[in-house]
Design a protein around this ligand. Structure first.
Ligand SMILES: Cc1cc2nc3c(=O)[nH]c(=O)nc-3n(C[C@H](O)[C@H](O)[C@H](O)COP(=O)(O)OP(=O)(O)OC[C@H]3O[C@@H](n4cnc5c(N)ncnc54)[C@H](O)[C@@H]3O)c2cc1C
Length: 463
């Protein structure tokens, strides 16, 4: 068997340089590196990688086109299925999706599909390549999309391309969902997010910001005006630890901390007017991607030490391996098998210490990972700032104000396999349906719902 060449590494800025700013860490392939990596693709006729892509990008085809230097055509192939490739190429956990199914993964290292997607999307942006997808004729139907994260973006793009009149409603003052307020600039530059979302405007999607559905208007109001409503409101409600001292100063939820930094650009205070506390010894509670984002952002704000405190061990951390490695390279430290029991403050009411329960691993729980069990021992940990990144709940506002939309015990909207909720003409997808997922999973749900809306309103005319 011929020897499999190793994957072409993605160039990155060195840690000592990158922790001084919020500029992008990964630099991306140039043309030469992209062609070299694309040349490793075996062009399997059964395309196993496509199976791992919830939006069904024709991966071998775009990689073949890169190999042939036909970058513009490669871009069109990707864009046909994925409206925001400069984003997905950067943030998708490819190791759990397309790259997991790559034939080369069994023989050595899988093709760097994400890095190649990113290369093509960046090349297209730099060369001003526009994709003509504007519909020729209107189907004469109106759809409201609530929430402008990845799920809503796909629904809006798919339906606009089919000729629907789409209006997107977003509670915040900019569209993008977690892409703008959660994922930091050094992983996903916001200029890229805004450019990608502009594609929706090119397709004729009307974006209404500052509209909180359930407060400003209701789903019932929307149903009066629109033929169908898609709910893609995400899982943006922080979980609290519910332990004593949680309200002390300088204990943030990751949601607040990251929103201040990413959306409000507090790291540029006073040029931007939202402030942020800059802790010296920062503790981040949790082991997921949000915890990694919070820890690495705290370092960039000038913290002397950042510790991630996690209740299981490294092997069970849900964060992407690459993100854990990036954090480690930058100097983030990890303390395993600990869980906060309470916080102690100083005379000013500022957090100064965390009381931690020591844990050990027990039998697997519902998640399949070993359950953390307290050993009975308690230790204290010094910290002048704490960021709670233990997870999020689905956003409850719409289910609370629209009881016909049924939810499960975890507050997730219940849908059929195609994205229909229990309420006629109302569809849902993304984190509000699956809980905390990924960008591409949310997009996959968006695609299903768009298809169901199209079937119900136009093909089968069920409504
Ligand atoms: C910090 C962080 C880092 C992450 N990193 C990654 C990563 O690297 N890779 C990855 O694949 N996934 C990552 N994820 C997960 C991913 O971002 C989500 O799975 C994805 O964004 C879900 O998309 P969505 O469209 O369902 O919801 P969201 O992106 O949450 O968007 C929902 C939108 O709806 C709006 N909204 C909510 N309620 C209302 C209302 N009542 N009216 C109007 N608008 C409303 C919200 O303001 C928001 O803009 C990360 C998540 C977080 C929090």
């Amino acid at each position: 068997m011929p020897k499999i060449k190793p994957r072409v590494p993605l160039p990155k800025r060195p840690p000592e340089e990158r922790i001084k700013d919020f500029n992008e860490v990964a630099l991306g392939y140039d043309e030469k590196l992209a062609i070299e990596e694309a040349s490793r693709c075996l062009q399997c006729p059964n395309k196993p990688c496509v199976k791992g892509c919830p939006v069904g990008v024709d991966i071998p085809r775009f990689i073949k086109l890169i190999r042939e230097r036909r970058f513009e055509e490669a871009y069109k192939v990707i864009k046909d299925k994925c409206p925001i490739p400069a984003i997905t190429g950067r943030v998708c956990p490819q190791e759990r999706q397309c790259e997991k199914y790559c034939t080369l993964a069994k023989l050595g290292q899988p093709i760097a599909i994400g890095a190649l997607e990113r290369f093509v999307a960046d090349w297209a942006r730099e060369h001003g390549i526009a994709v003509e997808h504007a519909p020729k004729t209107s189907v004469g139907k109106k759809v409201a999309v609530v929430g402008s994260g990845p799920a809503g973006i796909v629904v809006a793009a798919d339906l606009a391309r089919l000729g629907y009149e789409v209006t997107m409603f977003e509670a915040l003052h900019v569209p993008g969902g977690v892409l703008v307020y959660g994922i930091p600039e050094y992983r996903l530059p916001k200029k890229i997010v805004y450019d990608e979302i502009n594609y929706l405007r090119e397709l004729g999607v009307n974006i209404e910001i500052g509209v909180s559905v359930g407060r400003t208007i209701t789903v019932y109001d929307l149903l009066d005006e629109y033929d169908a409503v898609f709910v893609g409101t995400g899982a943006g409600h922080p979980r609290f630890l519910n332990v004593p001292g949680e309200n002390l100063n300088y204990i943030y939820t990751a949601n607040e901390f990251l929103t201040r930094i990413n959306l409000m650009r507090a790291y540029l205070f006073p040029e931007y007017d939202t402030p942020i506390h800059r802790g010296k010894r920062v503790a981040v509670i949790g082991g997921g991607n949000t915890a990694m984002d919070a820890a690495r952002s705290a370092l960039r704000l000038g913290a002397e030490e950042v510790h991630v405190l996690y209740r299981r061990t490294r092997a069970e951390m849900p964060a992407r391996k690459e993100e854990i490695e990036n954090a480690e390279e930058e100097g983030v430290k990890f303390v395993f098998l600990v869980q906060p029991k309470g916080f102690i403050g100083n005379d000013l009411g500022n957090v100064s210490e965390i009381m931690l329960k020591k844990m050990r691993l027990g039998e697997p729980d519902a998640s399949g990972r070993p359950r953390p069990i307290p050993t009975g021992e308690t230790i204290t940990f010094q910290a002048d700032m704490v960021i709670n990144a233990i997870g999020f709940y689905p956003n409850p506002l719409i289910p609370q104000t629209t009881p016909e939309i049924k939810t499960d015990k975890k507050g997730r909207i219940i849908v059929d396999s195609e994205g229909r909720t229990s309420m006629p003409r109302v569809y849902a997808g993304g984190d509000i349906v699956i809980g905390e997922g990924t960008v591409i999973e949310a997009m996959g749900w968006g695609r299903k719902a768009a298809l169901a809306i199209h079937k119900d309103l136009t093909i089968n005319k069920k409504i």
